[in-house]
Write a protein that binds this ligand. Structure first.
Ligand code: ZN
Length: 378
């Protein structure tokens, strides 16, 4: 593929607006493109028009996993974009469009690298490309791959989320909780006839805030963070509220995970209920933290490649979660894993999101080098 062809692949997938929906249209485009180059792929329907895609090249040997997500976050020109967010536009060596950074450039770079490796003939190993739906909300696509056994025989994993040459080997987990409080409405002049639903919820939340004000910590990932992010309660100033709810986001650690937080919450919550409250909790999402070695074979090969380009090697942790939470379930601590991609996390989800054209093209070569070196080393 020449440079124009490579950029066209990115342009084509940016132009399919898979805003937390319709990943199947992107998947179909990729399937048809792969078919032209003799690469077999399969669209795996998760629900409605939400689908994953899996493709594999190579005949035998260890399997290197490549992964990325097909969905993007919302964008409209009236938000202040200087061009249509769903058209790839080049200005000053930068390619603009929704998903150029997070993460259609990473996906496109992996697609093109597979095509080129297939043409060269891949020896001593196989690559399984797993593209997911719904990463931005819910991570159901990666849960599907895990549950259907696609990760079982994969010996190392590279996710092409935007890192701009940095090598990420760990990320905190994320837990979303909803707490509901039920009371009894009454006129506020006669509060004794009712039960105020807001009060026990406020008390519970402040007790939890107090507990987590000295949060558990991890040497690599830092402190757990606990935040009440939504609070709703009451309807009218002179009515005792019969309902209140709150939502909480916790960034969790391997040494204090989502289940530990839930256990702590339940202790406090049950005490309130013993004293007359009616509080219930619901777990909306519970994604595990990932903490792998910064010196795994794949991390070291990536470092070697970054260094060979005269760039500083940075091995670090990610601020948010990725599909790795699901894909790496049950994998050991020393499992080779990195997040490593051409986009820049600083412009992800933003107006005028872009990827540097040079970085996008470079990562097409980088993924090939990484695979070839991995299969020699493994
Ligand atoms: Zn992403």
């Amino acid at each position: 593929m020449n440079e124009m062809d490579k950029i066209k692949v990115l342009a084509d997938i940016v132009e399919i607006p898979s805003v937390n929906d319709d990943e199947v249209s992107v998947a179909k485009y990729i399937r048809d493109l792969f078919a032209k180059y003799g690469i077999e792929s399969k669209i795996l329907k998760v629900k409605g028009n939400r689908a994953n895609l899996v493709a594999e090249i190579g005949e035998k040997g260890p399997i290197l996993g490549f992964s990325g997500h097909l969905d993007v976050v919302a964008a409209k020109e009236s938000d202040g974009w200087h061009s249509d967010p769903f058209k790839l536009v080049e200005r000053d060596g930068k390619l603009y469009g929704r998903g150029t950074s997070d993460m259609k450039s990473g996906v496109a770079a992996m697609i093109v690298s597979l095509i080129e490796l297939q043409q060269k003939g891949l020896k001593n190993g196989r690559i399984r490309l797993m593209l997911t739906m719904g990463e931005e909300i819910g991570e159901e696509g990666s849960a599907y791959f895990y549950e259907h056994g696609y990760m079982k025989d994969v010996s190392a994993l590279v996710i092409s989320e935007p890192t701009y040459y940095r090598i990420i080997y760990a990320e905190k987990g994320s837990l979303d909780l909803k707490i509901t409080s039920r009371g009894k409405a009454a006129h506020s002049s006669m509060p004794n006839l009712g039960y105020n639903a807001v009060n026990p919820l406020i008390e519970l939340l402040s007790e939890l805030n107090e507990f987590f004000s000295n949060p558990p910590k991890n040497d690599v990932l830092g402190p757990l963070t606990f935040n009440v992010t939504v609070f709703k309660g009451g309807e009218q100033v002179n009515t005792i509220p019969d309902y209140a709810e709150a939502e909480i986001n916790v960034r969790t650690l391997p040494n204090f995970d989502g289940n530990d937080v839930i256990k702590k919450l339940d202790e406090y919550l049950e005490k309130k209920n013993e004293n007359g409250a009616t509080l219930t909790r619901e777990v909306l999402m519970n994604e595990d933290a990932v903490l792998k070695s910064p010196d795994s074979v794949i991390a070291d090969l990536a470092a070697e490649i970054v260094e060979s380009r005269g760039r500083e090697v940075v091995k670090t942790i990610a601020p948010g979660i990725t599909d790795a939470s699901n894909l790496l379930k049950e994998k050991k601590e020393d499992y080779p894993f990195i997040v490593f991609g051409p986009g820049n996390p600083l412009v992800s989800h933003q107006v005028d999101e872009y990827v540097e054209k040079k970085a996008y093209l470079d990562f097409i070569d980088i993924y090939q080098e990484l695979a070839e070196k991995y299969f020699i080393n493994d």
